[in-house]
Design a protein around this ligand. Structure first.
Ligand SMILES: Cc1ncc(COP(=O)(O)O)c(C=O)c1O
Length: 322
């Protein structure tokens, strides 16, 4: 994957890509003491638009607070502006955006307060995470032998870099076994999420997703819920067991990187018709139109990089309990 760009934003300045390096003794590198976001910008008729940028900026700062960073010099507005500035400076439209707020110095005694935070924002051109075939056919997944974090062990609502050691374990095992993604169970044995996506099942016309406690509260999860509700589906948040996956009519996963992807097989069991199911396809289609700013009812989610375009804040809603 080509990750080059002209500029990377670092602590308020756009610096040349090659100069955005860190010292080997940066504590974030040793302890995973950093928080990050994964955001995407899409080309629309009105130019580059960052999808749900404000929500991602908010989650970045929430993650930082959860990890223990205090009195950061950046506000949510600063992050929003810096992301737009970086996308614009690099002249990208379809790109991935990676803000990283990391412990840049100090903190060797494992105390966040003793360290110095830095904020970097990198962007690179990017089209499709899992490939065109995955979109149409769906992918194959396994239940990981690794358990997802207990919320009192690692903070599952925060995108802390160190948390992703768990995703690395699961994804590496999954790919070595010949699958494309790993589904992780929570410490109670219920379905939690994938290594970088939230999960939904469709059964008898109803859509069910695991409750939010042990998982990352995905921005795409919220988008999918809103789209599904607007399409007339009931979305229920409740514990999901492993065998509910096997017997589902459809299973799909969603995340900023993967977008909306069906699972056609889990643990060598064919799910539904063995391809991306009809409900998933319906949601997938609306999602792809929404990210490109083609649907007026969701245009508020597209935050245009060119400030002369209307900038509206994303709306909020909650997934209903069972
Ligand atoms: C563990 C995990 N779950 C779910 C998601 C999906 O979140 P989002 O839709 O905000 O990208 C991600 C991606 O950031 C993730 O890393």
């Amino acid at each position: 994957m080509a990750m080059e760009s002209q500029f990377i934003w670092l602590n308020g300045e756009l610096i040349p890509f090659e100069k955005a390096t860190i010292h080997i003794l940066t504590p974030a590198l040793h302890y995973g003491a950093a928080v990050f976001e994964g955001i995407r910008s899409y080309n629309t008729d009105k130019g580059a638009a960052v999808f749900r940028l404000t929500d991602h900026a908010e989650r970045l700062l929430d993650s930082a607070r959860v990890f223990g960073f205090r009195e950061l010099p950046w506000t949510m507005d600063d992050v929003v502006k810096a992301v737009k500035q970086t996308v614009k400076a690099n002249g990208f439209a379809d790109c991935y955006i990676r803000p990283l707020l990391y412990l840049d110095g100090g903190g060797w005694n494992l105390n966040v307060d003793g360290g110095r935070p830095s904020l970097a924002i990198a962007v690179w051109e990017w089209k499709n995470y899992l490939g065109e075939e995955a979109l149409a056919r769906g992918i194959r997944a396994n239940i990981s032998s690794f358990t997802r974090h207990h919320p009192n062990v690692m903070m599952t609502k925060a995108k802390v870099s160190g948390n992703y050691a768990n995703s690395f374990l699961a994804k590496t095992e999954s790919v070595r076994l010949g699958f494309e993604e790993a589904i992780m169970l929570d410490p109670q044995g219920y379905v939690a999420e994938c290594t970088g996506e939230n999960l939904f099942i469709v059964r008898r016309g109803k859509i069910v997703t695991p409750s939010v406690e042990p998982v990352l509260e995905g921005v795409t999860r919220h988008v999918v819920h809103t789209i599904a509700k607007d399409l007339g589906y009931r979305v229920i948040e409740q514990p999901v067991s492993r065998d509910q996956l096997y017997n589902a009519d459809e299973v799909f996963v969603c995340g900023t990187a993967a977008e909306v992807i069906g699972l056609r097989e889990i643990d060598f069991r064919v799910i539904g018709g063995g391809a991306t199911g009809p409900v998933t396809r319906q949601i997938q289609k609306v999602y792809h139109d929404a990210i490109r700013g083609r649907l007026p009812q969701y245009e508020a989610w597209c935050e245009y990089v060119d400030e002369s375009q209307p900038l509206k804040l994303p709306m909020d809603s909650n997934i209903s309990a069972a």
